[in-house]
Design a protein around this ligand. Sequence first.
Ligand code: NAD
Length: 418
Amino acid sequence: MEIYNHPTFHMACQQFDFVADHLEIPEFERPRLKYPKRAMAVSLPINCEDGSTRVYSGYRVQHHLTLGPSKGGLRFHPDVTMGEVAALAMWMSWKCALAGLPYGGAKGGIACDPHHMPLREVERLTRRFTQEMIPFIGPQVDIMAPDMGTNEQVMAWIMDSYSMHMGYSVPSIVTGKPIALGGSLGRREATGRGVAHLVQRAAETIGLNLHNATVAVQGYGNVGAIAAQTLAGFGARIIAVSDMSGGVVNLRGLDLEQLARHLAETRTICGFSGGDTVSNEDLLLLPCDVLLPAALERQITEKNAGEIRCRILAEGANGPTTPAADLILAQRDDVFILPDILCNAGGVVVSYFEWVQDLQSFFWSEAEVMQKLFQILDQAYDRVWQNARAEKISMRTAALCVGIQRVREAKAIRGLFP
Ligand code: NAD
């Protein structure tokens, strides 16, 4: 599958093959489970504010459609490629199945830098991408959501573009929308709060008291910031945070309110006076109780896995740890891993709630959303932890086994058409 040639896709395939060996899935069954059902690549020309025209590349991969529509985020980042998107779509499949949601996985992206583009160009690009995707998306086909570099406003433009095409409002075409357009209470916070909730469960498992526990966060965006604020609410000390520009560290604990004011003014962590400067690489090596990578893939590799000094590795990001790093971490029994497909599943769970609410035009209270979210996350955590203990396998392998088995079973029961 040459079109997916990318280190992150190879990594997702390696994880799949490892679990397929463990589950003794016959070779002939594997390609049907592993490779995406559909992949679209589109050229997106837009008029720029300076009068020129620029063409961007956009991608959408729908990994499987066996259990229902496909579901997954849309990423705006300069390094987005078809292979990266395909890996993220595959992980979405296992994540949705682990949480018991009626979805296959999907992911999309546009190779662009939204932080250095005028807002009107970001809007044109989003609308153009939606227009190109119309034959392939729909509330019963494929539903997008925010990911890195996209937010509620981008979801609102997608919803508007799709609705203009249909001739009536279709809120269920995207999740992570503003509340005013049929978004769900609690969606914006869901991933980060879910991460913090599962860190609490992991801390109970290993006997770590979160009061005064130290936390380092790589990627202080939607997921990282909400998780950090929630953990601070549990009494933890956030000692380091970072973004694309670099990081800041203060072993006594960062003042998150002061940091929020700095970010509101400057939109970057760079220049924050509440601590000392730290690079993104060094942040990962800080001694801490909880290390929370919440930015990009492949941050913990064979080069630094032996040196990280945390008790819980909470994977807010998708794919932050490579298989080579996993092998090194498996030799150490001092790091408890909350694998990505479990740790950050809160986002897609509340996206599912949003979709259900939109389809029924019947909306829930935030308390109801959160109670149902934690119930699903607790079930998933218990199942993974029990599986890991019973089979003597890592938390990642245990989580992937649950997700992959559910998709495999559904494919087997449906059979092959024609
Ligand atoms: P975001 O755009 O809100 O935040 C990303 C943060 O990471 C920003 O602070 C950005 O500056 C920083 N960053 C980017 N490149 C970096 C780099 N090279 N080094 C350090 N920091 C860097 O994105 P988000 O929605 O918080 O997503 C973060 C991660 O969480 C992604 O891996 C995404 O796939 C995953 N995730 C997000 C959701 C969700 O609901 N938003 C759900 C599940 C998983």
